[in-house]
Design a protein around this ligand. Sequence first.
Ligand SMILES: O=P(O)(O)OC[C@@]1(O)O[C@H](CO)[C@@H](O)[C@@H]1O
Length: 380
Amino acid sequence: MTEMLAPEIDSSDPSSFPWSVFHDRHPVLVERVATAVPRPASQRAALDELLAESTTGTITAPDVDALRHEPWPWWRPEYRGLPWGETPFLWAESYFYRRILDAVDYFVPGPWRGIDPYAPTKSGELAGAAVDDELAALDQEPGWDALVLSSLWGNRADLSFQAGPTAGQETGGLIADDREQLRALVHDRPAGEVHLIADNSGRELLPDLVLIDHLLAAGLATAVVLHVKPHPHYVSDATTADVLAALTRLCTAPGRAAAVGERLDGALRDGRLEIDAHEFFCGPLTYPALPTDLRSRFAAASLTISKGDLNYRRLVGDRHWHPTASFAELTEHFPSPLAALRTLKCDVAVGLTEEIVTHLDATGKPWRLTGEHAVIHVRP
Ligand SMILES: O=P(O)(O)OC[C@@]1(O)O[C@H](CO)[C@@H](O)[C@@H]1O
């Protein structure tokens, strides 16, 4: 009911964050995709055309050849001919990322089929020294709180975010903290099947995997299902290939990280850890529109942990909510107990107290966008 009251976010206003995503971030992103590997001129041209279309042109239909090989069931013919900014931001961004894949021939048979356009950035991050330090910290045998907080703040390390103007700022604080409820859900109830909806690969996925290992090794979950994207989506979104790369990174690291990797490897082989990659995760729909098969999977979960900003937008709705709107009410539709771990990197904010909002507004800073603030929201 609340959803009817808040307007949907679009990117039509040049002073808005969504507008800056299309006009400031996407040019950086397209340039990176175009130049990171030696692409044929046809791909460069297609990328440039997409950028021009999505900033100054109007929406055209998806590539027919690509659609034959990989449908995009969320295409809306009624949006054809509209400026991108006049469609819902969630739909427009999702469509933009699909069109990037079309531009680099990701789906059509040929030499570029299945080549992740974001792979150079993803693998650069995974190989980086920052990851060495983070994995070395596992030797201190972090407890439950530290594992949850690492998974949460791992969400700051999102590569599209790094392309923006706020990269490199220091971590701020938790502005909603249902950690105790999360702890109780996991520790004070019989162990069940836990689902984790992954967000970014690399420095976010690694702490997610460490958390999953803890759930399994400590008997806090009978099994874990890790939901990833079926193919590359938003820049650093995790796919099955990224999970396997992260596992290798763990297994080849010194110290305790390798043992974590080996246990996860074993759990994948014996089925206690399962990777799922439903096409819904590369679509522009919110979670109330979960397809039946995926809905029944989540219904079987004792807990679902949702990671990141995009999943959060899809859970509560990509709307201009009042920031004190109830997270529990907005996520009533979700079929299992739910925990959302998210750093704030877009306009959507809910579940905050009036006091916190007043304080954040008084700072005069764009607190919803900088990734310096985070929430842990739980709906048992
Ligand atoms: O889901 P994630 O990785 O936490 O964040 C995705 C994100 O960077 O993409 C959008 C901009 O393109 C923002 O809404 C959001 O902050």
